[in-house]
Design a protein around this ligand. Structure first.
Ligand code: BG6
Length: 513
């Protein structure tokens, strides 16, 4: 057995133990996700001493390349996409762990070669027979890949170390296909081996929602229908479809963002306290709340949801084309690039507290935040104060690009009269903890290497997310939109989205920009 080489140690503090020795097999190793996120994330783990010294990557893709060329590509990708400085010794150590296998994911022969190569790499890098397979391919390949792996015995764990699969999104395109994919996966692997990834759960600020709610004594007592007027979640992006027109036009904003990322944000914000931070304890509570979201009836889809598509406009001072003029998008596309909706969670904590959600491309500013708006104080004492100064308290969890928490409250404006103004108390992550640029995938990859599934989706959670959006998919399919494009790029979305809130005498919080 070959000796593991010594990994150069960087001057960085390790927070946690390194992942288990293992081989990471990346299907789709020549693609965008690998070079922009996975490679830089693995490098960051190595830099923080969180990667085992007995670690290796086997990249698998259709692109014609040999291992040497793949190593060169990885080194170049690191230079381009690393989130911080790159140390040349560590990079050298890192790229020597890379291997490559070219082939077609649907071709059975690929898998016999894969098996042989894996056994060799396992010996050379002393990875103890631990393998995890990262499916960074188009979703059509997920099923065939796992079936072939199983046929080759590459999912079996007996006396062989562990075997895990990370499945990227999109996990299905509706409830039925998500169920079919779960079934297919569960035929060849146990739930404990399946890691359905959602990169939102890799974000520090998303993980902090749990710490904020459950590690502090003062918020949980008021975190309910008695004190909260409504919750709003916005995931606004300024980017367009970024060369992903083919995928995006099939998906649309609803499928792309809601059953996955937005459901994570809702469940963490509204779930009951878990009995521990063990994977299933947390996921049981998340699943319960997802099941408590009331599915919309067809009438409610019409009155409580809004879809939009951007026309041309100006974003960050630049003129940008309409969605229908983006590459690989049909000029008569009816795909939505914006969605807003009002949902209800029918349980004792949240009955009658509306949850408003919106997400869209090419909006006026980039921000992801969760706003908890509290009920008004009885303003009998302030009858003479202009109504716009009587703003209800808002607690805002800023997820990105600002990372922090702010609380809006009323304060007296200095002077002889009792007049009020809204002020903000603000905590910013960077002020306290500095900023450690990361891709968001570090924690998730490391969790998979140590067998912690807490931040991954269980089959029932994924299906519950699709249950929420199913009625929208059905009604929208039956009634194609006739008014697209209905918002200009660089704005906050269609007017109907404003109306959705204003009908309830509420308003979206837009970022200050
Ligand atoms: C991806 C979507 O899952 O998330 C993209 O497919 C979207 O369309 C992206 O832009 C947003 O992620 P982030 O981390 O930039 O908020």
């Amino acid at each position: 057995m070959a000796q593991a080489e010594v990994m150069p140690v960087m001057q960085q503090k390790r927070i946690g133990k390194p992942g288990d020795p293992c081989v990471m097999v990346i299907f789709g190793a020549a693609g965008d996700l690998t070079r922009r996120k996975l490679i830089p994330a693995l490098y960051n783990l190595a830099k923080n001493e969180l990667l085992s010294r007995e670690f290796s990557v086997l990249g698998v893709a259709r692109a014609k390349m040999n291992t040497e060329e793949f190593r060169k590509k990885v080194a170049d990708d690191l230079t381009e996409f690393a989130t911080g400085s790159v140390d040349s010794d560590l990079r050298e150590w890192f790229v020597r762990r890379m291997h490559y296998l070219q082939g077609d994911f649907k071709d059975k022969n690929l898998y016999s070669q894969l098996k042989e190569l894996l056994e060799k790499i396992d010996k050379d890098h002393a990875t103890h027979g631990n393998y995890f397979y990262y499916l960074a391919t188009g979703s059509d390949y997920f099923g065939p890949i796992v079936e072939h792996l199983a046929e080759m015995g590459l999912m079996e764990t007996e006396n062989r170390g562990w075997r895990r699969i990370i499945v990227e999104k999109p996990f299905g395109r509706d409830l039925e296909s998500a169920r079919a994919l779960n079934k297919q996966l569960l035929q060849v692997a146990s739930e404990k081996q399946i890691y359905r990834i959602d990169h939102y759960l890799g974000k520090e600020t998303v993980q902090n929602i749990l710490a904020f709610r459950f590690a502090n004594g003062i918020f949980e007592p008021i975190w309910n229908r008695r004190y909260i007027d409504h919750v709003q979640i916005s995931v606004a992006e300024t980017v367009g479809v970024e060369g992903r027109g083919t995928y995006y036009d099939q998906a649309g904003a609803l499928r792309d963002m809601v059953p996955n990322h937005i459901m994570q944000l809702i469940s963490l914000t509204s779930m009951e306290p878990p009995i521990s931070f063990h994977a299933d304890a947390v996921r049981d509570e998340q699943a319960k709340i997802l099941h408590a979201i009331q599915p919309l009836s067809s009438e409610e889809v019409l009155s409580r949801t809004v879809r939009g598509q951007y026309g041309e406009g100006v974003v960050d001072g630049q003129r940008v084309p309409a969605y229908r003029n983006e590459g690989d998008v049909p000029t008569d596309s009816r795909t939505e690039t914006f969605v807003a909706m009002k949902l209800a969670i029918d349980n004792w904590r949240w009955a009658d507290v509306p949850f408003y959600l919106r997400t869209g491309k090419r909006m006026a500013a980039r921000h992801t935040h969760i706003v908890i708006q509290f009920r008004r104080a009885p303003f009998v004492l302030f009858r003479d104060t202009p109504v716009e100064n009587l703003m209800p308290n808002q607690l805002v969890l800023h997820i990105q690009p600002e990372e922090g928490i702010s609380l809006r409250f009323a304060a007296k404006v200095p002077g002889p009269a009792m007049s009020l103004g809204a002020v903000n108390m603000k905590f910013e992550y960077a002020d306290y903890f500095g900023s450690q640029p990361s891709t968001g995938y570090e924690r998730l990859l490391h969790d998979c290497m140590i067998g912690d599934q807490t931040l991954f989706q269980r089959a029932d959670m994924v299906e519950a997310g699709w249950c929420v959006v199913s009625p929208l998919l059905d009604v929208w399919k039956a009634l194609p939109p006739r008014n697209f494009p209905n918002y200009a790029a660089g704005t906050w979305g269609p007017k109907d989205a404003e109306d959705l809130m204003e009908r309830d005498a509420r308003h979206w919080r837009n970022s200050e920009k």
